[in-house]
Design a protein around this ligand. Sequence first.
Ligand code: PGA
Ligand code: ZN
Length: 425
Amino acid sequence: AICNLDALEILDSRGEPTLQVRVILEGGASAVAAVPAGASTGRHEAREARDADPERYRGRGVSRAASAVRGRIAEGLRGLDAADQKQIDGRLIALDGTPDKSGLGANAILGVSMAAARAAAQASGRPLYVHLGGGDATLLPMPCLNVLNGGRHADSSLDVQEFMLVPVGMPTFARAMRCAAETYHAIRDLLHERSLSTAVGDEGGFAPKLPDNEAALDLIVAATERAGYRPGEDVAIAIDPAATSFAVEGGYDLVRSGTGRLDRGGLLALYGRWIERWPIVSIEDGFGEDDWAGFVAQTAAQGKRIQVMGDDLLCTNTRLIEQAIAEDACNAALIKLNQIGTVTETAAAVAMCREAGWASMVSHRSGETTDAFIADFAVAMGCGQIKSGAPCRGERLAKYNRLLEIEAELGPRARFENPFAHRRH
Ligand code: PGA
Ligand code: ZN
C-alpha cells in the first residue's frame, strides 16, 4: 500500500522546471517518475500547474505542484494499493475535481500516476511493461525518429515541425535503430558537405537552414541511399507539420519556407503532391486543431494510403477520439500521457483506438527527462509505434535504449512488425 509521496522540482531537457515524484510504499520500497512538457501543446490538453512567480524560472516553476503532491495528494492516496492503478487514478481525478486537471495540476497528477505504476511493478518483481501489459506484451513499437526539426522546435527554415525516419523494412527493433542511426549520420555528412548547420533542435534532429520543406524530404531520401538503404522499402518517412503553429484566419501560412498562404484545399493538395513524390507513410496534425473539416477531407482523400494522425486535434482525450471516430476525421491517434494526465485514461485512449481499427503511436514531448516510462508503456499497450526524437540527446535515447533492453529481455518472444505494410506507398 502507498505510505507516502514526495516531489522534487527538477529540470527538463530545455532547462525548464518539471516534477519528479516519488511514491513510497509501506515497508520502505519506492519508485520515481518524471513528467515531460510540450511546446506545441494542444488547446484541449490537461493543464499543468506552473507557479507564475516571475521571480523564479520566469514564472515556470513547479513548486506549488510539488507541494500538492506532498500534501493533498499524499493524504488522499495513503493506504491505497499501488497495484490498483484504476483506483489510484480515479482518486486522483476526484481529488482534482476539474475536467482539465487544473485543480491540482496535470503534472502533479501524472507524476503520481506513473510513479505508482512503477512502484507496483517493482514490488511485484516484474518489469513495468509486464506489470502494465501482462505476459502478452511482446510487440516492440516501430520507432519514428525525428531527424529534422522545424516549427516551434527549432530556429530552422522548416514549417513542418518534424521529419521522421521510419525504418519499416528492418526485421527487429535493434536492427531498425541501427538503420535509423546510420541514416541519421548520413544526414549529418550531407549537411556538412553542403556547409549547412549540424546543430540540433529540441528533439535531437538537425535544424538546418534548408530552402524549404521539400528540400528536407529530398535530404532524407539522399541520406537513406548514402547509408545503403532503399527509400520506401527500408526507410519510409513520417511528418508532423503541427499545422496549428502555422494556421491563420481562413487558412495556413507557410512563412518559414516561403511557400506562403494556402487554404485548406491548397494544403491538402500540397500533402497529396508530397505523398506522390516521397515515401511518406504518416502525417500527424496536417491541419490545425480546430480544422476538423481539414482532417475529414484528408482522411477521405489520403487515408487509405497514409496514416492520418491526430495529436493536437485529439489530445489523448477519449471524448475527442470518439468524436473523430464518428466523423472519420483521422485513422490514428498520437498518445501522450501528459495530455490527459493519468495512466488509466491514456490506456483507455489506446483501447478506444484499437476497437475502432485505428492505429496509435506513443509519444514523448519536446521537453523531456531521462525517464523512459513511455518505452515500457508502448510495449505494454502493444500499439506498435513510438516516437521519441532523433537518435541523439540522452533524454531521447533513454527511451530507445530501454526498448533495446526490453527486446533483448524478451528474446525469441519479441515481435516487431511494420504497421504500415497494409498501406500503399
Ligand atoms: P510538443 O511536440 O511536445 O512540443 O507538443 C510534439 C508533437 O507535436 O508531437
Ligand atoms: Zn504532434
